[in-house]
Design a protein around this ligand. Structure first.
Ligand code: AP5
Length: 216
């Protein structure tokens, strides 16, 4: 199964991707995670992306398209879920082209719809583990010991782009540049729209119901 998971910053894409890949044995391809890894490695791409990410802007399409074409090609024989990509209509068109060249297609597009006020609360309260990537929330998903990852014992951190001013920029960019991607997909695919304001467990059950029907 090849899935695109769309949604605003903080909508819960990473949270649900983790559950989806665990249940269906897929590969998780998160453009944000790949970019953060490039930054941690000090690569040229990471250096170029840094300024955009820290201000809440989108990294230019040419850099992202090349990066994600390579990531998709590397897992072309497996199922995967794309998280945070495509984020512009140009990126979506390039992805279609790359998949077509590989003789592949997207099987399901999920769109997590969340109110802006919920997004701000979710993102500013998010804490992540740089060691294993586990994600928590100061109110909704607390670790057993405050500030410490349940999975690996690492110290939890707040992402530098998770502060309120940057979140507002990310949301503005989402509405202007990424929301049109939903309409792009509606032209060719069946887009499954999910009310992302619900609890994680309620949402997982709705999403799994849809994916089970596609996978059967
Ligand atoms: P990226 O890392 O992709 O960030 P994002 O899309 O802004 O998404 P987030 O990771 O912030 O949120 P999420 O939807 O995964 O939510 P999560 O599950 O963690 O991108 C970062 C930057 O990289 C971009 O700003 C851009 O600069 C660049 N970039 C990346 N891809 C790009 C592309 N394709 N093109 C150009 N630039 C690109 O959940 C959030 C919090 O809420 C967590 O604390 C979680 O525990 C909690 N939570 C989740 N669901 C629920 C729920 N249902 N109820 C209660 N709490 C919940």
């Amino acid at each position: 199964m090849r899935i695109v998971l769309l949604g605003a910053p903080g909508a819960g894409k990473g949270t649900h991707c983790k559950r989806i890949v665990d249940k269906y044995g897929l590969v998780h391809l998160s453009s944000g995670d790949i970019l953060r890894q490039e930054r941690a490695n000090g690569s040229e791409l990471g250096k170029k992306a840094q300024e955009y990410m820290d201000s809440g802007a989108l990294v230019p399409d040419d850099l992202i398209v090349a990066m994600m074409a390579g990531a998709v090609d590397a897992v072309k024989d497996k199922g995967f879920v794309l998280d945070g990509f495509p984020r512009t209509v140009n990126q979506a068109k390039s992805l279609d082209e790359s998949l077509k060249n590989l003789g592949l297609q997207i099987d399901v597009v999920l769109d997590l719809e969340v109110n802006d006020s919920v997004v701000v609360d979710r993102i500013t309260g998010r804490r992540s583990c740089p060691g294993c990537g586990a994600v928590y929330h100061v109110k909704n998903i607390k670790p057993k010991v405050e500030g410490v990852c349940d999975s690996c014992g690492g110290a939890l951190v707040q992402r530098p782009d998770d502060v309120e001013d940057v979140v507002k920029n990310r949301l503005t960019n989402y509405h202007t540049q990424t929301a049109p991607v939903v309409d792009y997909y509606k032209g060719n695919n069946d887009v499954f729209e999910v009310d992302g304001n619900k609890s994680i467990d309620e949402l997982a059950s709705v999403i799994f119901g849809k994916l089970d029907s596609v996978n059967s």
